[in-house]
Design a protein around this ligand. Sequence first.
Ligand code: NAD
Ligand code: ZN
Ligand code: ZN
Length: 394
Amino acid sequence: MRALVWHGKGDIRYDTVPDPRIEERTDAIVKVSSCAICGSDLHLMDGYIPFMESGDVLGHECMGEVVEVGPETKDLKVGDRVVVPFTITCGKCEQCRKGNYSVCENSNRNAALASRMFGHTTAGLFGYSHITGGYAGGQAEYVRVPFADTTVIKAPKNGLSDEQLLFLSDIFPTGWQAAVHCDIEEGDVVAVWGCGPVAQFAIKSCFMLGAHTVIAIDRVPERLEMARQAGAITIDFEKESVLERLNDLTGGRGPDKCIEAVGMEAHAGLGSAQGLQGMYDKAKAALMLETERPAALREALYACRPGGIVSVAGVFGGMADKIPLGAFMNKGLTLRTGQTHVKRFAEDLLRRIEEGEIDPTFVITHRLSLADGPEAYHTFRDKKDGCIKVVLTP
Ligand SMILES: NC(=O)c1ccc[n+]([C@@H]2O[C@H](COP(=O)([O-])OP(=O)(O)OC[C@H]3O[C@@H](n4cnc5c(N)ncnc54)[C@H](O)[C@@H]3O)[C@@H](O)[C@H]2O)c1
Ligand SMILES: [Zn+2]
Ligand SMILES: [Zn+2]
């Protein structure tokens, strides 16, 4: 089959690879009808996530049709149309039973490696390095789905299109979880760092959950414009001081809740302190003394109103430096984060799509074929051609 394959930093190719086959009795094979490129894939492309191997098949946002099932698959049948969440979930372990799907205790084949890295294992993820199980991803014609019964979301038979359903695999529940983690109360002002696809869903989710005001921060004009269309006030972090604007907009109190939807490759903004921080991070990262650039996280901790919540959706992988722990501790902030427990929110969010409360297609700017994937990665990463979200069809 054909698939998008990682060969090294910045080197993604459209290759021919062996077809996936049933390996475990609870597997299914899904013929992919649509898949997408995520900001998380950029961290792989840019070489920020360790334990990638040349030849790894990428992709963790996909959907399609079940074409083969293992002998112990009960609910799922050949012909079923399914969305494949990025988290692989056994459905049986204590964490899955609690709804903490992204820390499933059984689905990571490389649990020992994950434990060395994180202290404990986390769930297996599709197409996301060997720390998360080394599973082939879904930017491909076919994908093998482990623990198929409990991993997938069955598509309803009501004519919803792939584009309406696809983002249930990741970015819609991810934006939603980020907002849920904020425990939004009446009158809340929520600031969102980033206006990428995840942030766009976080902004909409904040309003759906009752936020009074959402302030969105980025530097890419069309992304800021999309945030404004959703009702957010925007700040361009390259043109104005984020901290000053946030204080101006909140009568000096700071946002009640802050969402970080940028992750480990944040750019430092305007202002000498931030500029210095940016240079410091770049230098340390270049010397391999730090694996991430947490500029947006720092700013969120610093900006947040005392007693507030900082909800981190952005992905981090290793060691970050100079986190303002003093601000975090003395202001009595709460920090909440995690890879998304997709299945926890799937039913609720599917219903909201069915009822027309949200149409997730608003975020799509590029519709291309899987063969165009390698170029699409560059277009998306470099924010060329107004690119916000790419959907690929094999
Ligand atoms: N928690 C999860 O389960 C989960 C799931 C999906 C994605 N993610 C992560 O969410 C993050 C965002 O994903 P995305 O697809 O929207 O990616 P993206 O790269 O398209 O968006 C990131 C945006 O942040 C902006 N940005 C950079 N530095 C900034 C700063 N200092 N302040 C404000 N904005 C800044 C960029 O201009 C960009 O528009 C990534 O880290 C991704 O890995 C997490
Ligand atoms: Zn993703
Ligand atoms: Zn589990």
